[in-house]
Every structure is written in structure tokens, then in C-alpha cells.
Ligand binder design. Sequence first.
Ligand SMILES: Nc1ncnc2c1ncn2[C@@H]1O[C@H](COP(=O)(O)OP(=O)(O)O)[C@@H](O)[C@H]1O
Ligand SMILES: [Mg+2]
Length: 258
Amino acid sequence: MTNNSSNIPNEPLARVTNLTAAYQDRVVLENVSLDVIPGEILVILGTSGCGKTTLLKHFIGLMKPAEGNVELFGEDWWLLDEPERESIIQRIGVLFQNGALLGSRSMGANVAVPLEQHTNLPDTVIDRVVKMKLRKVGLRGMEKLLPSELSGGMRKRAALARAMALDPPLIFCDEPSAGLDPATTYNLDRLLLDLRDNLGLTMVVVTHETASIRRIADRIAFLDEGKLIFTGPLEDALTTDIEPVSEFFKMAGESVNS
Ligand SMILES: Nc1ncnc2c1ncn2[C@@H]1O[C@H](COP(=O)(O)OP(=O)(O)O)[C@@H](O)[C@H]1O
Ligand SMILES: [Mg+2]
């Protein structure tokens, strides 16, 4: 059921190479190279304003690099034509912090959006897919409710169902647990792990929550002042001497909220 994307088994699903990112003249990422490996949950860390969201925007083709390359499923994004981009867009799910649900549309109608935009499926089939996706995120039977009738955690899960509507093998999440309480965050993390383990999804997740990081991260990429200063397995991130990384985990360990 997963449309397993890349032809060569361990070829990265996404890759930025020597990426320099800028808003007008202001450089916010410098010479960043990072691969997304099939089947992993890659967690992007770094203090607020260090460029995490900017990096995600480059991975999904929303921002054009000032320098460097972006590849998705082995294709150089900025060399593709429109139809090729469209076909790749359908293989990426995005759960952005501010990518809110449409307030006037029911949960089901929200999840249906990508199916209406990118497929010619008849309504009856769309309804069936929507029900299936909502069930997958633990929202069975809630398709008629408005986003305002649900809790923050349920809205997040509905947004995830929408991101998964087209069965993308690769999902990008920007601070999915921002504003959620610890128990809700725990449940969302279980869901992400379930998607990785049972659907083989690959995920790139930006989060600050240490508890979350320890639960879900296979690998960490740590940004500091626009530079990628660490990439490696979670265990290595927890024991590294690289100062901003060790400081991050030390401070997080001392914080009551984490
Ligand atoms: N649209 C924009 N125009 C100008 N500067 C921006 C814009 N978006 C973000 N920035 C700046 O780029 C830097 C990185 O931002 P961002 O990627 O959002 O950081 P993070 O997600 O790590 O908090 C910040 O200094 C931010 O102020
Ligand atoms: Mg951000």
C-alpha cells in the first residue's frame, strides 16, 4: 500500500547538498548537506530562529536555494518541470505548525482536500479513503465534526490524516506537538512510530520536546546559527561533546516541562 518511492534501496528519499538559504540578503542556512534515509525518523533540532523551518521549506520545494541543491526521490527539484513536480508533491506529506485545518469544513472535508485537488477519484471513493485515514489516526467516525469541536491533539491527528491522504512515503512535520500536553504528545509520538513501523513511512520532524525526541528519533540533525553542527544517531547526540548539542540536552534534562 505504500508507494515505495526510490528504486535503489538505500538511496536517500530527500537530500540537500551544500544548501545556503537566504531571505533577500540575509543568509540563514550555510552550506548544509543532509540526507533523509528511507524508514527513519530524522529529528531536526536547534534553538528558535536557527533555520529549522527554513530547512523544511527547502526540502519540500517551497523555497529556492540561494546556493546548493535539493533532491527529492533522486530528482533535482529545481530542474524539474511542472508535471514532474506535481507528481513528486503527491509523494510528500506536510504537517506544518501553522498549516491549520480549514475551520469551516468538517474533519472529513479537510482530509479530502488533497484527494480532491490531486486525484479524479469519485466522491464515494474519497469518502472511503477519508474514513480509513481518520481511523488510522484514531478519529474513527469523527468526519462530520468541525475542527473547533475537537481538542488540540485531535486536530493535530486530523492534520496528519490529511498529510497522509495520498499515501506519501515521506512526511515532514514542523513542531507537531507544539501546544500539546505531555499525554497528548505521547499519543502523537506513538502514532508517528506506528506509521514508521507499520507503513514504513519516513519522517522528518522538527521538535523541541526532549521526551518526544528520545521516543521517536532515529537520527538527529542539529542546527546552530545556520550551520549543521551534528548529524548522527540519537545515542550519539545524547553523549556528544559538541557543545550546543550537549547543552541542549543538559538544559532540557533540567527543565521541568520536558
Ligand atoms: N519570511 C521571512 N523573511 C525574512 N526572514 C525570515 C523569514 N522567515 C524566517 N526568517 C528568519 O530566518 C531565520 C530562521 O527562521 P526559521 O527557519 O523560521 O527558524 P526556526 O524554525 O528554527 O525557528 C530567523 O532569524 C527568522 O527570523
Ligand atoms: Mg520553525
